[in-house]
Design a protein around this ligand. Structure first.
Ligand code: SAM
Length: 450
C-alpha cells in the first residue's frame, strides 16, 4: 500500500518503536466484525469470537456475502468495524446502559453508531439521528428501519439548525467527517485523498460542527466526540477547544490493558497494531458550564389528525402493546405511531426542525384497512400472532429479489415473510398467488447463484 510520506513521517515520530508494528498491521487484512441486534431473534455465527467491549459484538473468521444472508436484510445484525463499538463502553461508563436518555447523533449516516445508540438507551429514551447530506438520508433510514425501534427521529439538517434544541440532550455524539487515516487499509481511496491541507480543512469543519453541538448538551450531560483518524489537529486539539470554549471537562474512562487502547491526554485511540480493529479516536466530555434549556411546543403538528375510534382497531391489531402508542394520520394518509413514553420529546423535535420524521410510519389507511409499511414489518413491537410464512433460505432470497411466492397452505391476506423467525417483509396472499410488498429499493440486485 502506498501512503503519503508526510503521514508516515508523522506516525513514525508519534509511535516511535511501535511504528514497524503499525506499518505491518496496515498490510494485514482488516478484521471482519458485526454487532447483533439484541431486540431481534438471535442468530449464530460459526467460529465467531466476542469483541471484548461490546456484549453483542463478534469477530467473524472471514467476510461472508452479507447480501446473500436473509438475516442481514432483516436487521438481525449490523456490519460494523470493531473499534467504533467502543462507543458502548463510553456510554456504560458515563451515562449507563438502558437509561431513558435523550440522545442526538449529529453526523449519523449510514447509521452504524445510531443503531448502537438505539440498542443502548432504555424505555423512555429516544434517539434523534441527523445527517446533513440529503443523499445519505435514505440509507440511514433503511438501516434504522431494519433495527426496528419506534423511539427515533431522523432529520436532515446542518448542525447550525438545532438552536431551538439547546440544552435538550443528555448525550450528543459527534462522529465527525474526518481525513480517515484510520481507514487506510480498508479504503485505499482514503489514502489517495489525504493531504496536510485536507487534515487542516477537516479540523476546521469539525470545530464548526462542535461549536454548534456544544450548546445542545444539557448541563451535566455528555458530548462524545469521535473520528477515524490519528492526527492531533482533528482529535485532541478539537477536544481542547471544547474544554476552553464550550464549558466542558474531559471525562476519563478506564479500559483493561489487554484491550490495547492507547490513553492520550484528552481521549482514547485505537491503533490497528494494538487493537483488533481500525483506527478510531474517542473523547468524552462532561458539560460543566451552565446551559439554558430551550423551550418548545409538544403539540402534534397542526396538519396531523389523531386516528378515530373507528380507525384504531385495524391499526392496533398489528402491535403487541398498542396501548403504548398514539396513532396519527399525516395529510397524505400515512399513519405514524409515536411511543407514549417519548412522545413529548419527539414532538419537541418535530416542532424545532423542518426536515425530520418522527416515530414509525406504519402504513396507509385505505377505507378502514391498514396497508402496512415495510418499516412495520421490521418493527420490534409487531404482534407475535400475525399470519406468517416461514421461508427456507432459498425462498427468503427469492422473496428479497422481490419475486412473488405462493403456497396453497398460506392464509389469505397480509402475511409476514419470515426467515428463522425474523420478519423480512409483507406479502399479500391471494387465492392462487401473492403480491410481494418489498420496496423496490430494498431488493437484492445481484444474481443469487453468484
Ligand atoms: N456515524 C456514522 C456511522 O457510524 O455510521 C458515520 C458518520 S461519518 C464518519 C460522518 C458523517 O458526517 C457523514 O455521513 C457525512 O455526510 C457527515 N457530514 C459531512 N459534512 C458535515 C458537516 N459539515 N456537518 C455535519 N455532518 C457532516
Amino acid at each position: 500500500m502506498s501512503l503519503p510520506s508526510s503521514f508516515l513521517d508523522r506516525m513514525e515520530s508519534d509511535l516511535g518503536s511501535g511504528f514497524p508494528a503499525f506499518l505491518d498491521a496496515l498490510n494485514q487484512p482488516p478484521p471482519v466484525s458485526i454487532r447483533r441486534n439484541p431486540a431481534k431473534p438471535s442468530i449464530e455465527f460459526v467460529q465467531s469470537e466476542p469483541i471484548p467491549w461490546h456484549p453483542d459484538g463478534r469477530y467473524l473468521p472471514a467476510r461472508p456475502s452479507f447480501t446473500l444472508d436473509p438475516s442481514f436484510h432483516a436487521g438481525a445484525y449490523y456490519v460494523q468495524e470493531a473499534s467504533s463499538m467502543l462507543l458502548f463502553e463510553a456510554l456504560r461508563q458515563t451515562v449507563g446502559i438502558g437509561q431513558p436518555l435523550r440522545v442526538l447523533d449529529l453526523c449519523a449516516a449510514p447509521g452504524g453508531k445510531s443503531t448502537l445508540l438505539c440498542s443502548a438507551i432504555g424505555e423512555g429514551g429516544f434517539l434523534l439521528s441527523n445527517e446533513v447530506i440529503q443523499s445519505r438520508i435514505a440509507p440511514l433510514k433503511m438501516n434504522l428501519e431494519k433495527w426496528g425501534h419506534a423511539n427515533i427521529s431522523v432529520s436532515n439538517h446542518d448542525p447550525q439548525d438545532f438552536g431551538q434544541l439547546a440544552g435538550f440532550f443528555d448525550v450528543v455524539l459527534v462522529d465527525a467527517p474526518c481525513s480517515g487515516e484510520g481507514l487506510f487499509r480498508k479504503d485505499e481511496d482514503a489514502a489517495s485523498h489525504w493531504s496536510e491541507a485536507n487534515v487542516a480543512m477537516c479540523a476546521a469543519r469539525q470545530q464548526r460542527i462542535l461549536a454548534a453541538a456544544k450548546d445542545l448538551v444539557r448541563q451535566d450531560g455528555v458530548l462524545l466526540y469521535s473520528t477515524c483518524t490519528f492526527n492531533e489537529l482533528e482529535n485532541e486539539q478539537n477536544v481542547q477547544w471544547l474544554v476552553d470554549n464550550g464549558g466542558f471537562a474531559h471525562e476519563p474512562l478506564t479500559f483493561p490493558e489487554e484491550w490495547g487502547i492507547a490513553e492520550q491526554k484528552l481521549g482514547y485511540q485505537c491503533f490497528p497494531h494494538r487493537v483488533r480493529g481500525e483506527g478510531f479516536f474517542l473523547a468524552c466530555l462532561r458539560k460543566t458550564g451552565e446551559q439554558p434549556i430551550a423551550k418548545g411546543t409538544t403539540n402534534p403538528p397542526k396538519d396531523w389528525q389523531r386516528l378515530t375510534a373507528k380507525q384504531l382497531p385495524s391499526v392496533q391489531e398489528f402491535f403487541t402493546q398498542s396501548s403504548d402508542y398514539d396513532f396519527f394520520m399525516k395529510p397524505q394518509g400515512e399513519v405514524v405511531a409515536l411511543p407514549k413514553a417519548t412522545q413529548e420529546a419527539l414532538l419537541m423535535v418535530a416542532s424545532a426542525l423542518r426536515k425530520r420524521s418522527i416515530g414509525i410510519e406504519i402504513g396507509e389507511l385505505k377505507k378502514q384497512d391498514l396497508v402496512p409499511s415495510h418499516g412495520l414489518a421490521l418493527f420490534n413491537g409487531l404482534h407475535a400472532d400475525l399470519p406468517k410464512a416461514d421461508l427456507t433460505k432459498e425462498e427468503a432470497l427469492l422473496f428479497l429479489k422481490k419475486e412473488n411466492l405462493w403456497k396453497p397452505d398460506w392464509l389469505r391476506g397480509w402475511t409476514l415473510a419470515t426467515y428463522e423467525g425474523l420478519p423480512l417483509g409483507w406479502m399479500k396472499v391471494l387465492y392462487n398467488r401473492s403480491n410481494n410488498y418489498l420496496p423496490m429499493d430494498w431488493r437484492i440486485r445481484m444474481a443469487l447463484n453468484g
